[in-house]
Design a protein around this ligand. Structure first.
Ligand SMILES: [Zn+2]
Length: 325
């Protein structure tokens, strides 16, 4: 059930800081350095071999491997990847790919999910027009804030991305959110990206210019987001960029058109956030690879062991090996 191995997906790696309001949906995007350390120890004990994404195509094309492989990936380009994840990677000699959104590195794009969290944190009540619906929610206490965030988050995710971004821009203004400050505090700038790129364990990949849900936009826009990000990163780090991750990366955000575009643009691999292990069949779908999310929900040893067994994905995918349509 674990097939040839897996590509692990992470975002933030940082010590947990207790806070009154931490929406579960964003909490999913962080693990502690100890959790990453434990996951890599368990993976090695379970027989996994750490590889970079560069090695994945040949493993898939061979269709067999002595030991199952594990490739680590980090999305968005957070400062904590350099500060907290890299020391753990070094301890385990584990390779990783960090996918950079160029707009975060140059401070021109916004982390809308963080802006939404900060708007709800600042607000005592929320009022927003989403489609035909006026959403109002109290947001005075931490419990109310979590409920308000969840309500808004899922209502907005069901709407076109342009609307999601417009509503969050309004909330940002109304509740005094420092969007650029959040990007500066959380994301690597180009110097940081270069520092990361210099480590032989690290490969830098592309994660578009502005972090859009590509499938919702026209083909020219999607192609430009993918190609121009790669070109900009290559210019900044002076190395070829061969891998990309689709922002958000679920089925509504990346589909067959994006998989084809990534192939046409010459990416060796491209990864989704669709859950699953790697099988020989993926050799024909190198730009539609599944990943296994190592997240805030899976910090217990037993859960990590289950994750590495591949069994949860077998169940979720009902025995289907490929999910590429
Ligand atoms: Zn992302």
């Amino acid at each position: 059930m674990r097939g040839l191995g897996a590509i692990l997906m992470l975002h933030h790696v940082r010590p947990w800081v207790e806070r009154a309001f931490a929406p579960p949906q964003n909490r999913l995007l962080e693990v502690t350095p100890e959790c990453l350390d434990q996951a890599l120890t368990l993976a090695a004990q379970a027989g996994y071999r750490f590889v970079g994404l560069d090695e994945i195509p040949s493993v898939l094309e061979a269709g067999r491997t002595e030991q199952p492989v594990l490739a680590l990936t980090f999305d968005d380009g957070y400062r904590d990847n350099l500060e907290f994840a890299l020391p753990v990677l070094r301890r385990h000699r584990a390779s990783a790919t960090v996918f950079i959104t160029t707009g975060f590195a140059d401070r021109s794009a916004c982390l809308w999910w963080i802006d939404l969290e900060n708007a709800v944190r600042n607000a005592s009540s929320i009022r927003a027009q989403v489609g035909a619906e006026t959403i109002t929610a109290p947001a005075a206490t931490p419990v109310e804030k979590v409920a308000a965030f969840e309500l808004l988050y899922w209502k907005l995710r069901a709407r076109p991305e342009a609307e999601l971004r417009a509503v969050i821009a309004n909330l940002r203004q109304e509740h005094g959110v420092d969007s650029r400050g959040a990007v500066e505090r959380l994301c690597l700038d180009w110097d940081g990206v270069r520092q990361l790129a210099e480590d032989p364990l690290v490969t830098i990949g592309a994660h578009t210019l502005t972090h859009p849900m590509l499938r919702q936009h026209d083909t020219d826009f999607a192609r430009r987001e993918m190609a121009a990000a790669r070109d900009a990163i290559q210019r900044e780090i002076g190395r070829p960029v061969r891998h990309m991750a689709y922002p958000v990366g679920d089925k509504p955000s990346a589909g067959p058109r994006e998989f084809r575009l990534a192939r046409e643009l010459g990416f060796r691999t491209a990864v989704t956030t669709r859950p699953g292990m790697l099988f020989p069949q993926h050799g024909a779908h190198l730009t539609a690879l599944p990943r296994v999310s190592l997240n805030g929900l899976f910090q217990e040893r037993a859960q990590l062991e289950a994750l590495l067994s591949g069994i949860p994905f077998w169940l979720w995918n009902r025995g289907r090996l490929l999910n590429v349509d």
